[in-house]
Ligand binder design. Structure first.
Ligand code: CO
Length: 140
């Protein structure tokens, strides 16, 4: 069901500083940037093979990422697993009796369809199920 790591999301306080770090240290440039009002975040996607590092910083103090930074500090926030069908993957997780954050699939960044699985039932890791827009984009 999980076809690839879509992205590893890293919560950072200063998005520009983090982008600059990756640019200067690893020679990688963002291929996509987006403000996601619903989640209260701004993201920058850095390509790593066919996956991404997703730098996330809050745009509001009530965003979940702001709360994460306040309680846990900067670091890995969630892992996005690529799936063929977000709806089917979500039904599978729910069918196994596990808690989810999103009861049904919703729009993610760059045209993806996503849903989050609750970390408490996933051994402490926030999991995002990511269905690529078709045909699969490599980040633009
Ligand atoms: Co994500």
């Amino acid at each position: 069901m999980l076809t690839e790591i879509d992205h590893v999301a890293i919560a950072v306080a200063d998005l520009e500083a983090a982008i600059d770090y990756y640019r200067r240290t690893y020679g990688v440039e963002p291929v996509h940037r987006e403000r996601i009002e619903r989640d209260g975040v701004e993201e920058a996607l850095l390509p790593v093979g066919s996956s991404f590092v997703q730098l996330l910083s809050p745009i509001r103090s009530d965003s979940p990422v702001a709360k994460f930074l306040a309680s846990r500090g900067e670091g890995i926030h969630h892992v996005g697993f690529r799936v063929e069908s977000c709806a089917a993957a979500l039904e599978q997780v729910k069918g196994e009796g596990h808690r989810v954050v999103d009861e049904s699939p919703r729009p993610g960044s760059r045209g993806t369809t996503i849903a989050f699985v609750h970390p408490r039932e996933a051994f402490g890791t926030l999991i995002e199920l990511v269905e690529e827009p078709s045909p699969a984009l490599s980040g633009s």
